[in-house]
Write a protein that binds this ligand. Structure first.
Ligand code: DHE
Length: 537
């Protein structure tokens, strides 16, 4: 698993085994009185285990001036002192003195000696075909309802469990790459699942044969990935380099690398990439410039088919003008200018509106993707975690609810008027929220603060919390997913000695507890491939 990264200066640096090493983001014990160490040494001792060798990112993001354009040095110092909310970044105020922290700030704003690059050719050299897929059988090697399977990601030892969603028994458990992040994505038929690791590895796993079949390193510091609705393409969004990479979903051959620069040529990290099924396109959210991209991937009938679809769509929404853009295998870019940066996103169920918020402004911007313009502002307090938002019907309207990573509240928003109709008070800031169309309840965790062991159950038709669970005292309880029929709920005890807890989704009684190693997200095949509105997409 050793890997070489190319640099523009031709220098080679080996990130041997970084991808599979169990690194822990922790604080090295230091003597706060000493300031003899160089910035490089301080970085090595305190930052490298998370931010990677040569600042290229691992569990934490890459740290180069190009990636810090939105962060002033003063703010960077505060982040080192106090940690960063809703990330794994700890506070160093008690570990390092002011002088050492200032040295680190200067260091991370110093350009790299050699600009890290990762070209299409570099990506190609990493491609691995573990198995000849054409020789693998087309029938599952186990007996289970294929639509009610779960993949559970276990961060503790970088593994994943394939779980039977009827019996709640593990079918198999397998190694993943180091530090997966974001939801794994299924092929449209649910047979394959694609994982992205923070250090750029994309792995394709054949569920039927229980084998990782192909892998490729698509970036140095990756955000997430998405798979097209026709199952042909995967897109990967990167922090380093600033680009998106389009892969052939079959064997992960890289097809195209698109540098993410705005209309004026300013380069940007990618916040996240999404598949927008009704639009037959990928949406690319850029982090450092005020632009969102749409990249159509449908090659079925070219422009005319796409236009036809767009027309039907707009008939329902009554908004916007049909815009033409070429749809072909060249993956054209449709640029949508935004008024503010967008760090966090949510799409309405029809993928006409993107709701985005910047980390600094709190308010949500509602952008009509067809009309390419902002159509509303949602006034929200704190820091809504839109990416975890879900929708349901409430008093004849569709509402959208989002937890908040700064305050103990869930904001419930009317999706017609874009007004907040209720702020549900919770026992602390939350990260993930979930429901299912067949369930009367929505679940939200209290991921941060002293009440991290708690999970609230909200009744969807009254918008009231009806139950608060604390299944493992002192341990974070977070991230739920429902079975395909919405009758059972699976919750993570997010701890090295953690567990997956199964609840009856109606009586809210615990039914089973499976020991797991820091289980994070869990992903039900049916809910994911059908874009069930209670879950993340
Ligand atoms: Fe995540 C999804 C961004 C920190 C666990 N996270 C996502 C997605 C984005 C995102 C854009 C949606 C992508 C997708 O699923 O395809 N996450 C961010 C951040 O910007 C943030 C705050 C800082 C960072 O470190 O990047 C962040 N995330 C974390 C964590 O610290 C978590 C708790 C632990 C970890 O794995 O690093 C974490 N994020 C997750 C999980 C999902 C996720 C489990 C998928 C949720 C789902 O149900 O789909």
């Amino acid at each position: 698993n050793s890997l070489s990264l190319g640099f523009s200066g031709g220098v080679k640096s080996t990130l041997a085994a970084l991808t599979f090493t169990t690194l822990t983001c922790g604080l090295a014990v230091a003597n706060a009185g000493q300031t003899q160490k160089s910035a490089e040494q301080l970085y090595h001792d305190h930052c490298q285990s998370c931010h990677g060798i040569a600042r290229m990112g691992a569990m934490g993001p890459a740290l180069f001036p190009e990636n810090l354009s939105r962060l002033r040095k003063k703010k960077a110092l505060k982040v080192i002192e106090n940690g960063r909310m809703a990330t794994q970044m700890p506070a160093f105020a008690k570990v390092l003195n002011q002088e050492d922290m200032a040295k680190l700030v200067e260091y991370i704003y110093t350009p790299a000696k050699e600009t890290p690059k990762w070209t299409l050719a570099d990506i190609k050299t990493t491609q691995i075909q573990h198995f000849d897929q054409s020789k693998l059988g087309n029938k599952p090697l186990f007996d289970a309802d294929l639509m009610n399977l779960f993949i559970v990601v276990e961060l503790g030892d970088h593994s994943a469990t394939l779980l039977n969603g009827d019996t709640f028994e593990a079918i198999t458990r397998f190694k993943t790459r180091f530090a997966l992040h974001g939801g794994p994505k299924y092929s449209p038929d649910g047979r394959y699942v694609y994982f992205a690791s923070r250090d750029g590895w994309i792995s394709k796993y054949d569920i039927y044969n229980m084998k990782t079949v192909a892998e490729v390193r698509a970036g140095i510091n990756t955000r997430n990935m998405a798979v097209s609705s026709d199952g042909k393409y995967a897109i990967v969004g990167n922090y380093l380099p600033h680009n998106v990479v389009i892969l052939d979903a079959k064997d992960l051959t890289p097809i195209k690398v698109v540098a993410t620069t705005d209309a004026k040529g300013v380069s940007s990290r990618v916040s996240a990439v999404y598949n927008a099924p009704p639009r037959h396109s990928f949406i690319v959210a850029l982090k450092d410039v005020k632009e969102v991209w749409e990249i159509p991937y449908s090659d079925k009938g070219g422009v005319e088919v796409y236009k036809g679809w767009a027309h039907d769509y707009r008939k329902d929404s009554g908004e916007g003008k049909v815009e033409q853009w070429k749809v072909n295998s060249a993956f054209p870019i449709r640029r949508i200018a935004t008024e503010d940066y967008l760090d966090d996103f949510f799409f309405d169920p029809d993928y006409i509106h993107l709701i985005g918020a910047s980390r600094d402004s709190h308010n949500g911007q509602v952008i009509n993707l067809d009309a390419k313009k902002k159509v509303a502002t949602i006034e929200m307090a704190g820091m809504p975690h839109l990416g975890s938002g879900i929708t349901w019907d409430y008093q004849g309207k569709t509402v959208f609810a989002s937890p908040n990573i700064k305050d103990g509240r869930v904001s419930v928003i009317d999706m017609e008027s874009w007004q907040v109709i209720k702020e549900i008070k919770t026992e602390g800031p939350g990260f993930f929220m979930r429901s299912h169309s067949n369930s009367p309840y929505a679940w939200v965790d209290v991921f941060f603060g002293p009440n991290k062991e708690k999970v609230h159950v909200i009744k969807k038709d009254t918008l009231e919390i009806v139950k608060t669970l604390a299944p493992a005292p002192g341990k974070t309880a977070a991230h739920v997913e429902f079975t395909k029929d919405g009758q059972y709920v699976l919750l993570s005890i997010w701890d090295e000695e953690g567990a997956l807890i199964v609840y009856d989704a109606n009586t809210l009684q615990e039914l089973k507890r499976l020991p797991m190693k820091k289980p994070s997200g869990k992903y039900n095949v049916f809910n994911k491939i059908n874009y069930e509105r209670g879950t993340s997409h």
